[in-house]
Structure formats: C-alpha cells, structure tokens
Design a protein around this ligand. Structure first.
Ligand code: SF4
Length: 78
C-alpha cells in the first residue's frame, strides 16, 4: 500500500498534519505531503483520511505491480 496526498486537491487546512504528524507534514507551499510509509494501518492514518475535507488523501495499492507475474497478492501458504 502507498499513502499519497493529491496536492491538487489539498487546501492546506492542516487536519491531517494535526491528526497524524507521523505521516503528514506541510511542504514549503503550505500543502500536505506524506513523510512516512510506515504503519499505514494505524488509527491515526484512518483519522487523517477521514478528516480531510477534500478527500485529498489516498491509500492505494502499489501502482507498479499489476500482479500478472508476481505473488504479491497471494495469501501466505498458497
Ligand atoms: S486534511 Fe486534506 S486538505 Fe487538509 S492539509 Fe491534509 S491533505 Fe490537505
């Protein structure tokens, strides 16, 4: 999974930075960006995503993997 901020949608309200400073930080333009891909299942990440008024935060599957040729989507033991 990859945590992203769509900066074209971010209005710099600060809700994500306040709710989850471990994952979000303002850049020099006053827009939020992601600073960590660790602990993406934490409650703070969910709270930050839910708190964003413009739905600018996305938690996405890794785009580079299309799973035709690798095992990344298989359960362990398959
Ligand atoms: S909560 Fe959304 S709009 Fe507000 S700073 Fe974070 S990403 Fe931007």
């Amino acid at each position: 999974m990859e945590l992203k901020v769509k900066q074209e949608a971010c209005i710099g309200c600060g809700a994500c930075v306040a709710n989850d400073p471990a994952h979000f930080e303002f850049d020099e333009q006053g827009l939020s960006h992601v600073i960590s891909q660790e602990n993406l299942d934490s409650e703070n990440v969910k709270t930050a995503i839910e708190s964003c008024p413009t739905s600018a935060i996305a938690l996405e599957e890794n785009e580079e993997c299309h799973c035709e040729h690798c095992d990344c989507h298989k359960e362990e033991g398959e």
